[in-house]
Design a protein around this ligand. Structure first.
Ligand code: GUN
Ligand code: FE
Length: 421
């Protein structure tokens, strides 16, 4: 289909981190699924394209959720009175073991995919569970949703209940089979997903590194999230100087292999240096970091030092799927960090939060998350008329109100020029 058209409305995006571009009452041109430009007057060259006039509504790039667990959606908000490792054992693992049952998986993933489709998220980087059939089912449902996602079959071969522990070679064989079976999807692509170092032996990590080189797929995992986890990794991997090195030893830490590392709450200078050098994406998940008492990631410093940073809901460590919510959580956490931890580093701003939610995380998918020419046309139209106020707000203020106050559901949503609703 030829996805070429024009939208009219109040257009907002952040081509550079920290800078909000506001285009009131302007034209946004989409040609064959890609942004062509923003114009105050529609140029003659596009006069033949259909125009959809959204009048006073706000048009933003679609949001990217750089880290979440589809297999945990059913129990979001439950069992939060625990720290990470206990929370995993008592909540995450029992729920994920249910995905051996394909009927359960269908019920759970139907609910999840519907919610993600209805949200402001257009792209997501998703953990499934270790079950190959249920992971393929999730990929099928996401493919039909119109969203664009990376999805990972989880690997784990130690330190987990018997019901979830894979034999190392079986885990690798299942991963290979999954990579072969999911090759036909267009919108849904595979991403290697060793859960985290405590649940993955060196042999498994080396095998996944080899699969990465053979299939050329990206990777995702968790890094330096919680202090007990970091101590554990130091004991499990005595040859490493820092946590990230355990991924790097398997060749799964950026470079030729685009890699997303969730959290990075406690990454030290060497780890940060390597992440920068290798272009590792940091998925900042502030709500999860609060819920399972992990800490406050130094995200402003990451932006200042030029790291690649996006936002993640980390459902169900995070209870909310909304990346608008992740933006406000990120801003609020950064204020506590400034007040309580590091007075030399200011809090995050709204334009920085929008950047991370759009272009920052979108970069994992290529030219995504901005309306600059050539970027994939992912757009959401937000209607703020149902958040009444006596004030007359300018466009930047209306963005703040949408981010803090809206129910997170767009009026209209496009993914690469295709209208989902
Ligand atoms: N580390 C390993 N697995 C998980 C998980 O499911 N959630 C979070 N927040 N951290 C993890
Ligand atoms: Fe996670």
């Amino acid at each position: 289909m030829n996805h070429s058209f024009v939208l009219k409305g109040n257009i907002i995006h952040t081509p550079r981190c920290g800078v909000l571009e506001l285009h009131p009452n302007s034209f946004l041109v989409c040609r064959e699924g890609r942004a062509e430009g923003i114009f105050a007057q529609l140029p003659e060259a596009f006069a033949g394209l259909p125009v959809e006039d959204f009048r006073d509504k706000l048009i933003l790039p679609g949001l990217t959720d750089l880290h979440l667990h589809a297999g945990q959606y059913a129990y979001r908000s439950l069992g939060m009175d625990m720290e990470l490792l206990n929370w995993l054992e008592q909540n995450a693992f029992p729920e994920e073991s249910r995905f051996a049952d394909l009927d359960y998986a269908r019920r759970a993933y139907d609910i999840f995919v519907q919610a993600l489709r209805d949200s402001a998220t257009t792209r997501a980087c998703v953990f499934a569970t270790l079950h190959r059939p249920a992971t393929l089912l999730l990929m099928e449902l996401l493919e039909c949703s119109g969203l664009k996602c990376f999805v990972g079959k989880v690997n784990m071969d130690r330190n987990c209940p018997d019901s979830l522990r894979e034999q190392t070679q079986n885990s690798l064989a299942e991963t290979r089979r999954w990579l072969e079976e999911c090759a036909g999807f267009e919108r849904t692509r595979p991403i290697l997903t060793p859960r985290f170092i405590p649940t993955c032996t060196d042999e498994l990590m080396q095998g996944l590194g080899a699969l990465q080189r053979e299939f050329g797929v990206p990777a995702q995992s968790h890094l330096s999230e919680n202090l007990s986890e970091i101590d554990w990794v130091a004991k499990l991997c005595p040859s490493t100087r820092f946590y990230g090195e355990a991924y790097a030893q398997a060749g799964l830490f950026g470079g030729d292999c685009p890699t997303v590392m969730a959290h990075c709450v406690w990454s030290g200078p060497q780890e940060r240096e390597l992440m920068k050098q290798q272009g590792v994406f940091i998925a900042h998940c502030p709500q999860s970091n609060m819920n399972v008492s992990s800490g406050i990631a130094p995200v402003k410093s990451y932006l200042q030092e030029g790291q690649k940073v996006g936002l993640g809901s980390d459902v169900a460590g995070g209870a909310h799927l909304s990346i608008f919510r992740a933006m406000t959580d990120a801003i609020q956490c950064s204020k506590l960090r400034w007040r309580l931890v590091d007075q030399n580093t200011p809090a995050l701003t709204m334009p920085e939060a929008l950047y991370m939610a759009t272009k920052g995380g979108g970069e994992l998918f290529g030219k995504v998350g901005s309306f600059e020419p050539g970027y994939a046309f992912d757009a959401i139209v937000m209607d703020d008329s149902d958040i009444p106020t006596t004030r007359t707000c300018n466009l930047a203020e209306r963005l703040e109100r949408v981010v803090y106050l809206s129910n997170g559901k767009p009026h209209v949503k496009y993914v690469q020029g295709e209208k989902l609703f």
